[in-house]
Design a protein. Structure first.
Length: 209
């Protein structure tokens, strides 16, 4: 699998499956609107100190997964970093890679961690519009936030693979590949179960793209 990933084959499989599912859903093969978020997970002893960090907010000593999906939750890319790297700092590299891989994308929905100077930087250097979606000030407890729920659901689906409940990989590249492979597994199940209850729900909230 490492050789496939290095040759770009894993990414090609992911993109082909996503294109196929989008067509089946009556959408264009390429998304122009996306959603980004991150997830911190604990790292096993096999993970080197150089590629891990402490996320004070989540109280995790491990790594952080930065995931970009389209507005249907289909994965476009994943990048793994030490957990102590702030989302806005990691986003510059994530969005730069995203722009190279998908020049058709114009909008990126995100949480408030991606607001501020990053919005201007993305517009100036990448011609990408970041639209932060903030939690209402008077909200309490769990609420479903517009746009953001899509990528949060995708991250939750990845965690269904028990291997991803914790990061065990020595190299971040291996971690990224295995996360992408988990997404590929979900998409192949979606296509195999066409006509039954889909693994990638068609409609649960109004979305664009």
């Amino acid at each position: 699998m490492a050789r496939w990933a290095a040759a770009g084959i894993i990414g090609q499989i992911r993109d082909h499956l996503a294109d196929r599912i989008r067509r089946d859903m009556g959408k264009g093969p390429r998304a122009v609107a996306t959603v980004i978020d991150s997830q911190s997970v604990k790292a096993a002893e096999t993970v080197s100190k150089a590629t891990r960090g402490y996320d004070a907010g989540k109280k995790n000593n491990g790594r952080k997964r930065h995931l970009v999906v389209d507005t249907r939750g289909l994965p476009l890319m994943v990048m793994v970093t030490p957990a102590d790297l702030h989302d806005a700092a990691a986003a510059k590299e994530v969005l730069f890679r995203l722009r190279l891989m998908h020049p058709e994308i114009t909008i990126v929905w995100a949480d408030s961690a991606y607001a501020g100077k990053l919005v201007d930087w993305a517009k100036q250097h990448l011609n990408l519009t970041i639209k932060p979606v903030s939690r209402p000030k008077d909200a309490s407890g769990f609420i479903v936030l517009p746009r953001r729920w899509v990528v949060e659901r995708s991250l939750a689906w990845m965690m269904h693979a028990r291997r991803h409940a914790r990061d065990y990989e020595r190299l971040v590249q291996h971690s990224e590949t295995l996360i992408t492979w988990a997404a590929i597994t979900l998409m192949t199940r979606r296509l195999a179960r066409k006509g039954a209850t889909p693994s990638w729900p068609r409609k649960r909230a109004p979305v664009d793209g």
